[in-house]
Design a protein around this ligand. Structure first.
Ligand code: GLY
Length: 268
């Protein structure tokens, strides 16, 4: 199982990001190698994840007591009611802080799961398995979790770092092209913020990256995560420097609200 590892060291948590291919067969070993121990876990899985992947995960975790909760990821469903559903399962199944919540999905699934993890008994173990390029290079790192409300996106949330992030390139192979380009946009943004050499690498190799060619895609994810790591380690709670990562996001929120795009997708 070939993989690369990046260590994040914030004031509240030290954790690793493991990047590689076909990691789901070995999820149990990766968890153990990173010294995360638990007997019981709740896996929150995006409904779009294939049955094959789910059985790989189940098989690998077969020594643990495992519960599965499917989540239909959308901005509408990223709400407090769905956090409550997760908390309800954890309470009903008698989870403790020593047990673990695992998210398998994109940014929305990770945000809602991370938020539930931060609330349950003031924090239980949390492993994030981001399945989109955007979540692998952005939302899975740095501990921003939360939900949407009628007042706007992500206005309720917490900073809660995961215990481990496992980024499997295999997931990206089933993504629509548009999703890959979305993630590439974030990678490019990180390079513009902090690393001209990386920007030149992206310029030379963007086609190989967008077509997920190894080792270019791994390098692009790794370097992008490294840029975010350096910023988050200096300013975990976004007092100052971390705001630099919002450029693009702030514009997108303004664009969406100007054209009413966000409201159109909301029930309120
Ligand atoms: N996505 C911006 C941040 O994590 O700070």
């Amino acid at each position: 199982m070939k993989h690369i590892k990046l260590k994040i060291n914030t004031k509240t948590q030290k954790y690793s990001i493991v990047i590689g291919s076909n990691l789901m067969f070995n999820i149990s070993k990766i968890i153990k190698d990173n010294s995360i121990n638990f007997k019981k876990c709740l896996v929150i899985i995006d409904k779009n994840i294939s049955k094959k992947t789910i059985s790989q995960i189940k098989k690998s975790l077969n020594r643990k007591k495992i519960y599965i909760h499917f989540f239909k990821a959308s901005e509408i469903n990223k709400n407090i009611n769905n956090v409550n559903k997760i908390l309800d399962i954890l309470l009903n199944k008698n989870f403790s802080r020593e047990d673990c919540l695992i998210s398998v999905g994109g940014g929305i699934t990770g945000d809602i799961s991370g938020f539930a993890a931060s609330l349950f008994k003031r924090g239980l173990k949390f492993i994030n398995v981001p399945t989109t390029l955007l979540s692998q290079v952005d939302s899975s790192i740095g501990g921003k979790t939360g939900v949407n409300t009628k007042y706007g996106k992500n206005l309720i949330g917490s900073f809660y770092q995961p215990n481990l992030v496992i980024s499997d390139i295999q997931f990206l192979k089933t993504l629509p092209n548009r999703e890959v380009i979305c993630g590439y946009g974030e990678i490019l943004k990180h390079s513009l913020i902090a690393n001209k050499k990386f920007f030149n690498f992206l310029n030379r190799n963007y086609k190989k990256i967008i077509y997920l060619k190894s080792p270019f895609i791994e390098k692009a994810i790794f370097e992008s995560c490294k840029i975010k790591k350096n910023i988050v380690e200096k300013d975990e709670k976004e007092k100052n420097l971390r705001k630099i990562l919002n450029f693009g996001h702030t514009f997108a929120h303004a664009y969406e609200s100007f054209f009413g795009l966000y409201k159109k997708t909301q029930p309120w």
